[in-house]
Design a protein around this ligand. Structure first.
Ligand code: ASP
Length: 309
C-alpha cells in the first residue's frame, strides 16, 4: 500500500491504487485457499488481537480464519467477557494487550471513530472491522472483489444500495469504494433513512422507488435495517418496509434483465430480502462470505509488509 497507509481505518483514506493492490493480492490468496494445503507462512511471528466490542459472526470468524491461514498468532478479546465490563477504558485495555507484544489490532466498536482514536495513541497497525455507523472497509473490499469476480470490472457497473443507508457502515464504505473505482451508484430506501447531505457530498444518485432502483441496476446490494442504531422509529413497521422496499421474487420477475443480489449479512429474511431471492440463482451472498477470508488475508499481509507496494 502507499507508504502513508499504516492502518486500514476506512475506504475514505485509500487511493484507487491501494484498493487495486488489496484486490489483486486477495486474488492470489483466493488461489491459495483453493489448494489442499490452505496455509501459508506469510505472517509467522506476527501476533494479532481481535478486539470485538460489538457482536459479530461472519467478520470475526473471517478475520480469525484469515489470520490462521497466514500462520499468525491470534488472541481474541470480547468486551462482554472482559474487564471492559469493570470500567476499564479502551485505551487502557489496548495498552495492556500491546504490552504482551502484539503487532496488529483488528477492532470492532459501536462508537464511530474508535479505531481512528486508537490509531493516534498506539504503535500497532489497526484494521477497522466496523465502527458504529461510520465504516466497514473490509466488507466493501470483499463486496468489490465479489463484483469483479462476477463482472470483470467495477468501471461503469451500476450498483444499487438498498436499505438503511443512514445507519449502515457497509453503505458508506461501499459508496466511497465504488465511486473511487468508477462504478455508478444509486441509493434507495425510505427518505428518513437516506441522509441528503451525505449522498450529495458523495455525488451518488438517490431514488425512493425500489422498482426504479432494480430496473436500473446490474447489482442490488441489500442492507439490513439497523434497528439497534435507531433511537426512534424512522418508518412505520417491518411489514410495511417489506411491502415498500423488500426485494421479493415478484419484484425481480417484473424486470427485463436479471440482476445480481448481494447482502453483507445478517439477513432479516422476509424484511429486506425474501428467502427465495437470498437463496436464488442470482444471489452471490455466500461468495461474498467466502471472498471475505482472502480479502482479509490480503489486508493483514499488506499492513504487515508495507514494503510490498
Ligand atoms: N454485518 C454488517 C455490519 O457489521 C452488516 C449488518 O450488521 O447489517 O455492519
Amino acid at each position: 500500500m502507499k507508504s502513508a497507509v499504516q492502518h486500514l481505518l476506512g475506504i475514505k483514506d485509500l487511493h484507487q491504487e491501494d484498493i487495486s493492490l488489496i484486490l489483486s493480492t486477495a486474488k492470489q490468496f483466493k488461489e491459495v485457499l483453493q489448494r489442499p494445503v490452505k496455509k501459508v507462512p506469510s505472517l509467522r511471528d506476527v501476533t494479532i488481537v481481535n478486539l470485538f466490542y460489538e457482536n459479530s459472526t461472519r467478520t470475526r470468524m473471517s478475520f480469525e480464519l484469515a489470520q490462521k491461514r497466514l500462520s499468525a498468532d491470534v488472541i481474541n478479546f470480547s468486551a462482554s467477557t472482559s474487564s471492559a465490563k469493570k470500567g476499564e477504558t479502551l485505551l487502557d485495555t489496548v495498552r495492556n494487550i500491546l504490552s504482551m507484544k502484539v503487532d496488529m489490532v483488528v477492532m470492532r466498536h459501536s462508537a464511530s471513530g474508535a479505531p481512528h482514536f486508537l490509531a493516534q495513541h498506539i504503535p500497532a497497525a489497526i484494521v477497522n472491522a466496523g465502527d458504529g455507523i461510520n465504516e466497514h472497509p473490509t466488507q466493501a473490499l470483499l463486496d468489490a472483489f465479489s463484483m469483479i469476480e462476477k463482472f470483470g470490472d467495477l468501471k461503469g457497473l451500476k450498483v444499487a444500495i438498498i436499505g438503511d443507508i443512514m445507519h449502515s457502515r457497509v453503505a458508506l464504505s461501499n459508496m466511497y469504494l465504488l465511486k473511487k473505482m468508477g462504478a455508478k451508484v444509486k441509493v434507495c430506501g425510505p427518505p428518513t433513512l437516506i441522509p441528503k447531505h451525505l449522498v450529495e457530498a458523495l455525488q451518488v444518485e438517490v431514488t425512493y422507488n425500489v422498482e426504479e432502483a432494480l430496473q436500473w441496476c446490474d447489482v442490488a446490494n441489500v442492507l439490513r435495517i439497523q434497528l439497534e442504531r435507531q433511537n426512534q422509529p424512522l418508518f412505520s413497521s417491518l411489514r410495511e418496509y417489506n411491502l415498500a422496499y423488500g426485494i421479493t421474487r415478484a419484484r425481480l420477475e417484473k424486470l427485463q434483465q436479471s440482476i445480481t443480489i448481494m447482502h453483507p449479512g445478517p439477513i432479516n429474511r422476509g424484511v429486506e430480502l425474501d428467502s427465495d431471492v437470498a437463496d436464488g440463482p442470482h444471489s452471490i451472498i455466500l461468495d461474498q462470505v467466502e471472498n471475505g477470508v482472502a480479502v482479509r488475508m490480503a489486508v493483514m499481509f499488506l499492513l504487515s509488509n508495507p514494503n510490498r507496494s
